[in-house]
Design a protein around this ligand. Structure first.
Ligand code: IPD
Ligand code: CA
Ligand code: CA
Length: 263
């Protein structure tokens, strides 16, 4: 497999869809998938652009994309070993409210392991990329996680899932533990960018639960390649279909694991 071609294809698709998303900012129809889970025409248009771009180059690959669902549609027939995991617009709630923190996330995954990851922030022009074993980059420059060694000097980021009402108690308990131990917590609204921000050292740690593989596939590879440690809340290895993710600079990982533990 030509990894470079895979990466170039993902980058090309991300820029093309990012342009389409930007063109719709401020002029959108919002539909509800759930009480607080939104979808806009930008999500569906972006997904079509990305899927068409990938399948025109790799017609036998399979696609897992948020808006067409898990292994649904015509793309399921493709080769399951060569899979693209796509979030066409990560941060839809921000987008719907004209906040510029949203992203396009595209990963090429082999047997459940991300090999290429691309996350584009269309509004800021920041493009995060990684290839397994080759490091991570922001707009072509190598990035690394932060050096912070103490949780009290760490800035953390988290997110809240759409079904938060079912888990609000443990979620708030963990939030309280991390808030009182750290320098601060941000909730920015795009898990893909949260992971990329850990990758480039802006945040020292990120945790969230109930994410889907399209939220994390590209970002986790980018963070890992930049030196991040990524596990679930019990320090077991993270896989993209797991529903807990903790990504840190490594130094504060064990402190974060203790904080996330429900005593
Ligand atoms: C959401 C964002 C958000 C996270 C949610 C995700 P979407 O994705 O990544 O930061 O907290 O859990 O579902 O719906 O905007 O693609
Ligand atoms: Ca998402
Ligand atoms: Ca999305």
């Amino acid at each position: 497999m030509d990894i470079d071609l895979l990466k170039r294809t993902a980058i090309g698709a991300a820029y093309k869809s990012g342009k389409a998303i930007k063109a719709r900012l401020g002029n959108i129809n919002i539909r509800k998938k759930g009480a607080i889970d939104l979808v806009t025409e930008a999500d569906t248009e972006s997904e079509k652009i990305i899927v068409d771009t990938i399948l025109s180059r790799f017609p036998d690959h399979s696609i897992l994309a948020e808006e067409s669902g898990l292994n649904s549609g015509d793309h399921d027939a493709g080769n399951q070993d060569d899979k693209w995991v796509i979030d066409p617009l990560d941060g839809t709630t921000n987008f719907a409210h004209q906040l510029n923190f949203f992203a396009v996330s595209i990963a090429y995954v082999q047997k459940g392991r991300p090999i290429v990851g691309v996350v584009l922030s269309p509004e800021t022009g920041e493009l995060f990329t990684a290839t397994k074993g080759k490091g991570a980059e922001l707009n072509g420059r190598e990035i690394k996680v932060s050096k912070s060694e103490d949780i009290s000097e760490s800035l953390l980021v988290t997110g809240f899932p759409y079904n938060l009402k079912n888990i609000v108690k443990p979620l708030m308990k963990r939030f309280e533990s991390c808030l009182t131990a750290s320098r601060g917590i941000r909730r920015l609204g795009s898990a893909a960018l949260d992971l990329c921000y850990v990758a480039c050292g802006r945040f020292d740690g990120f945790w969230e639960q109930n994410l889907k593989s399209w939220d994390t596939a590209a970002g986790e590879l980018i963070a890992r390649e930049a030196g991040a440690t990524i596990t679930d809340f019990s320090n077991n290895p993270f896989l993209i279909d797991k529903d807990e993710i903790l990504a840190t600079n490594g130094h504060i990982h064990s402190q974060m694991i203790s904080l996330l533990e429900l005593k």
